[in-house]
Design a protein around this ligand. Sequence first.
Ligand SMILES: *[C@@H]1O[C@H](CO)[C@@H](O)[C@H](O)[C@H]1NC(C)=O
Ligand SMILES: *[C@@H]1O[C@H](CO)[C@@H](O)[C@H](O)[C@H]1NC(C)=O
Length: 433
Amino acid sequence: MYGKIAAFGLLAVANARPAVTVPLSDVVHSTVASVASTAMSAATSTDAAIASYSTGAGIGATGTGTAGGAASTGAASYGAKFPLSNGFPNVQVPSSQLDTIEQQAHGTLPGPNGAPPTGLHDDTINSLAFIAFNELFEVSFFSTLVADISASKPGFTAGDIAPADRDTVLANLKVIVAQEELHALNALGAFNANTGKTIEPCTYKFPVKDFKSAIALAQTFTDVVLGTLPDIQTVAATAGDIGLIRPVGSVIGQEGEQNGFFRYFQGKVPSELPFLTASARNFAFNAILQNFIVTCPSQTLDFLEKPAGGIPLNETGVLTVLTKGLALEDVTAKFSFSTINPSQTKSYYESKKSSLGFITYVNQQNAPVSIKIMPDDIINISESAVTFKASFPGQSKFLNGLTIAALTRTGDHADVDSVAADTLFGPGLIEIN
Ligand SMILES: *[C@@H]1O[C@H](CO)[C@@H](O)[C@H](O)[C@H]1NC(C)=O
Ligand SMILES: *[C@@H]1O[C@H](CO)[C@@H](O)[C@H](O)[C@H]1NC(C)=O
C-alpha cells in the first residue's frame, strides 16, 4: 500500500588505486568556500554544546584551510539548476513528461495509478522529506555529470573516461539520472500527499574536477546512502509503517547494483563488504549539507530540522579527516573539527578542552569503536579549526570499506543510531578498498 515510496538512487565508482582512502571531507570539504546562506542561517543546531556557537555563518565557511586535498585547488562544478529541461521536478503524475522519464529509466514509478500512500506517521514523513532532499541533490549531481560528459568538458572527455567506453558510460548515466528522477518524484509525491506541502530544491555545487573524481565522490555518497536506507527502514518499522520496508529494500538493491558496476569499472571488487557499513539519517543529512549545498529555501530545511512532528534532524559541526591514504593498518590519524559557525571554534574549544569527547568509528555492522581524545592529542588551535590526532585501528579492527568517523560526547555505543544522536562533529568519511 505504500508502494509509491522509493528512495535514493545513485551509482558509484572510485579511486582506481587499491587500498586507498577517499574521505569525502578531504575530497570536497574545503572547496565549499561558503556554504553560508540566509536559509541555512535560520537553521540552528539543537545541540546545546554547538547551538550556542551557531550564529548562522554556515558550515565550513572558512575554517578548513588545513583540509587540503584536491578540493582546495580543484574547481567546483556547479550543480544543474532546477527545473531541468524536461521540467523536473515539476512533473505531473500521470503525464507525457513522466512517460518519457519512465522510458529513460527502464521502468516505472511503483504502485497502482500513481497514487501515493497517505496516513503515514510523522517520522516516516520526515524520512520522505529527507529522501526527497537527498534525491534532488543526486539528480543535480548526475545531471551535471551527464552534461559535462556530453559537452566533452576538459576532464570529462573520452580520453578521461578510457579505458571504459565513453558512449556506454554516458548511456548508463542517462538511465541513472532518470531512475534518480523517479526516486525523487516518488518521495516528493508521497510527502505532498501526506502534508499538502512541496519540497523545493536547493542549489548545489560539487567539488569535482574530472570524471574520476566525480565517480569517486559518487561512490562515497552511494556508500552513505546504502547505509542510511536501512536506517529509514528501521524508523518506518518503529513507527509501524511497514509498507515502506519493501519498496525501500528494492532501492537498496538498486543502489548496490550501481555501486558494484562502478566499483568494478574502477578496478575494485564489485561487492565491497559482506555486511555494508551502517549509517543514519543525521549523518547523511550533514554530509550533504556540509559538502554540496550552496543555498536552500528555508522551508526545505525546516521540513527536516523543524518538522511538524516526530524526530527532527540536527546540524552538527564539521569533522575533517586530514590523513590521506588510510589503509588496513593501525596508525595515528589527524583530524580537525570546526563548529557550525567556524569562527566560534576556538571559543568552543576553550570551554570544552577539559573533556573534548571521543573519536568514534562506525564500520560494517559491528559495535562502534571509540577512542578518547586526550589534551596531549591537540595539535593546533586556530580561530576556525582545532587539529588533533587519534589512533585509527585499521588493522586490528579490520576497518575495511566505508568507515564513518564522528566526534562524540561519550565513548560507549551499541549502534550507529546511538553514535549519530551523540555526535558533536561529523561525519568524517573514510574509504578503504
Ligand atoms: C596552526 O594553524 C594556523 C591556522 O591554520 C596556522 O597558521 C599555524 O601555522 C598552525 N600552527 C601549527 C603549529 O601547525
Ligand atoms: C535532534 O535533537 C533532538 C533534541 O535534542 C533529539 O530529540 C533528536 O533525537 C535529534 N535527532 C536525531 C536524528 O538524532
